[in-house]
Design a protein around this ligand. Structure first.
Ligand code: CA
Length: 231
């Protein structure tokens, strides 16, 4: 079945651009122009993913994202935030509110579609019980064993926990703060640049000769495990 995408956006030109290109790419779409319409559309049918504009009349995109994350039936629904240019602090706030990724306006439809495909893949990350898989990487949680294309990867405990966290939700962008909370724990004080050090080690271990980098650096926001999206 075609993935069903809810577009929440008030600018007619952007709605038209997204609606046309998503349909052409084989998605089924619905449009909501504000928070109320979005709530109604969400209650009628749960989409496979949501494109959510930050600046909406009435309820903001951030607030709507928080509400989506609070409700059990939409808690794991992929959300991609559409943000205006030059709002880097806002983007981090968007990710902290629970958005999976963001696209900066003006964007190309191809970029939005690539990000959508990446977040849609996270709904089927597991191959077997206790084993996570993404692209040619497998992580056996019971045996603490990581392989890429059959090659055994040796990781330190922090890199292992980082990779495991990414592989549970491929395509999702995590801020450094979110990674610190998830991997180091909330009670421990660690500088955010420590995250960068361990990401570097993880990349070095994971990426062999001629293999694609599976970790995407999202400028001034954080990191994601993601092969589809550019950058
Ligand atoms: Ca808007």
């Amino acid at each position: 079945m075609e993935p069903y995408i809810l577009i929440i956006e008030d600018e007619p030109g952007i709605v038209e651009l997204l609606d046309y290109n998503l349909k052409a790419a084989g998605f089924e779409t619905a449009v909501a122009h504000d928070g109320d319409e979005a709530e109604l559309a969400l209650s009628e049918r749960t989409p496979d993913a949501v494109l959510l504009d930050w600046m909406l009349p009435g309820v903001s995109g951030i607030e709507l994202c928080r509400r989506i994350r609070k409700r059990p039936e939409t808690r794991s629904l992929p959300v991609i935030m559409l943000t205006a240019r030059g709002e880097e602090a806002d983007r981090v706030r968007g990710l902290d509110s629970g958005a999976d990724d963001y696209v900066t306006k003006p964007f190309s439809p191809a970029e939005v579609i690539a990000r959508l495909r990446a977040v849609l893949r996270r709904s089927r990350p597991a191959t077997a019980e206790n084993t996570l898989a993404y692209e040619n990487v497998t992580l056996d949680q019971a045996a603490h064993k990581v392989e890429r294309a059959g090659r055994r990867i040796h990781l330190g405990p922090t890199e292992y926990r980082l990779l495991s966290h990414f592989m549970e939700r491929p395509g999702r962008v995590f801020t450094r703060e979110q990674l610190l909370d998830a991997v180091w724990g909330q009670d421990i004080y660690v500088e955010t640049r420590t995250v960068d050090v361990h990401i570097r080690r993880l990349r070095k271990a994971l990426n062999g000769e001629g293999e694609r980098d599976l970790i995407r650096t999202v400028r001034s926001a954080g990191y994601a495990m993601d092969m589809d999206a550019p950058g």
